[in-house]
Design a protein around this ligand. Structure first.
Ligand SMILES: Cc1ncc(COP(=O)(O)O)c(C=O)c1O
Length: 394
């Protein structure tokens, strides 16, 4: 039987303003074509300016961005990619599809993301790339990670799917590495109607192949034509990088989504600030219950995509059970470490020396924290949390 909740872990991160709905209706009624048009160009330009990267490519989701990032790595047999095992599956499998061997990295127990030290422990002569995930919306220590990667000449892909707008030393998550990946999925801090993503790069060589890689290998003929329809409307070819052919995809994002994404960028910083204020208020109002440990980051290094706590008293499951059954509040347990999942086990990647990850995962919980929770719901969630924590102490 489906369990009913008073406060759900919503599948929807935020609502839309009347102005945003107007933008959608206008694009719906006026866009021609409905994909690959001026709204895409506007979204990409505004996103690149927001991120301070040279190029941005809108795609149908972050998984598609990761698929293309994996293609751009051009893995040779035996090459390795270092990936945190505490992440969403799409961080990893696109790289495995392209032939890379995953090497699982541990997280830092306090920040819950990888560090230069946890990554350095995994570097071998075969390491081609590192995927840094700014999980829950917190920016990993990118300056130290970039120093490490440059020293070893390793590519860095930032999975900033959850971290839009989060900033370290004035630089946005996703703008430190060789490639940055963003998601506008339904859950995320901004969503382009459920699906959407972006891939950012600075390297012009990547930027030169990405349009063809994203859109079926469509290319203009490389000779003068007297009639626009001859010898056909257009050519298709392989996008080529370093003299190697890459297979194209169709990973385009529609014009309505792009128009909305452009508009949402006006509001992202305010939405992130509101999330962070709320998170800090909640954390502070529970601070006398020291057995529930939050990461308190009162700066724009954290966009609080999720509000995650960890139980130092080993009572996570009792807490979640009481919250669900007695208080009707749905906390969840995202990101079962990848090496424990069937897909990775079947491939022989079912073991990892990641004690911090296992320790954190065994006692963590993620609270409902969508942007449209009312102040009353937040207050009642805090009150319920306090009551349950008190009961668990007795
Ligand atoms: C860390 C991380 N990477 C990648 C993705 C994939 O994003 P999308 O759903 O846009 O493909 C997600 C989405 O949940 C994510 O959380």
């Amino acid at each position: 039987m489906q369990q009913e909740f008073n406060i759900n872990f919503s599948g929807r991160g935020h609502l839309y303003t009347p102005e945003e709905i107007e933008v959608v209706v206008k694009a719906m009624t006026q866009a021609d074509p409905l994909t690959q048009g001026k709204y895409r160009d506007q979204f990409e330009q505004k996103f690149a300016a927001y991120q301070q990267t040279k190029h941005a490519f809108a795609v149908c989701n972050a998984t598609a961005a990761l698929e293309m990032a994996a293609q751009l790595c051009q893995f040779k047999p035996g090459e390795e990619v270092i990936i945190p095992t505490h992440t969403f599956t799409a961080t990893a499998y696109p790289f495995l599809k392209k032939g890379a061997r995953p090497v699982w990295a541990d997280i830092d127990p306090d920040t819950r993301v990888v560090t230069a030290d946890t990554l350095a422990a995994r570097i071998t002569p075969q390491t081609k790339a590192i995927i840094v995930v700014h999980l829950y919306g917190y920016v990993a220590d990118m300056p130290a990670i970039m120093d490490l990667a440059r020293e070893h000449q390793i590519l860095v892909i930032e999975d900033a799917a959850q971290a839009i707008g989060a900033t370290l030393n004035g630089i946005k998550a996703g703008s430190f590495g060789d490639m940055g990946v963003f998601s506008f999925h339904s859950h995320k801090n901004i969503s382009t109607l459920g699906e959407g993503g972006m891939l950012t790069v600075n390297d012009d060589r990547y930027a030169a192949v990405l349009p063809m890689l994203r859109h079926n290998g469509h290319a203009a003929f490389n000779f003068e034509r007297s009639d626009y329809w001859l010898p056909g409307m257009g050519d298709v070819d392989f996008p080529e990088l370093n003299g190697e052919r890459l297979w194209p995809n169709n990973f385009c994002l529609g014009e309505v989504e792009c128009a909305l994404g452009t508009k949402l960028l006006d509001r992202i910083d305010d939405m992130n600030t509101a999330r962070r204020r709320r998170a800090i208020d909640i954390i502070d109002s529970l601070s006398d219950y020291t057995e529930l440990v939050f990461q308190r980051e009162d700066s724009d290094r954290h966009n609080y995509h999720q509000l995650v706590g960890w139980f130092s008293n080993g009572k996570r499951n009792d807490f979640m059970r009481k919250m669900a059954n007695d208080k009707k509040i749905k906390c969840i347990l995202p990101y079962y470490p990848l090496h424990h999942n069937s897909m990775y086990k079947k491939l022989g990647y079912g073991t990892a020396d990641c004690p911090n990850t296992d320790r954190f995962f065994s006692q963590m919980t993620s609270f409902p924290f969508h942007h449209w929770l009312s102040d009353e719901e937040i207050a009642s969630m805090v009150a319920a949390t306090r009551e349950v924590l008190k009961e668990l102490r007795s």
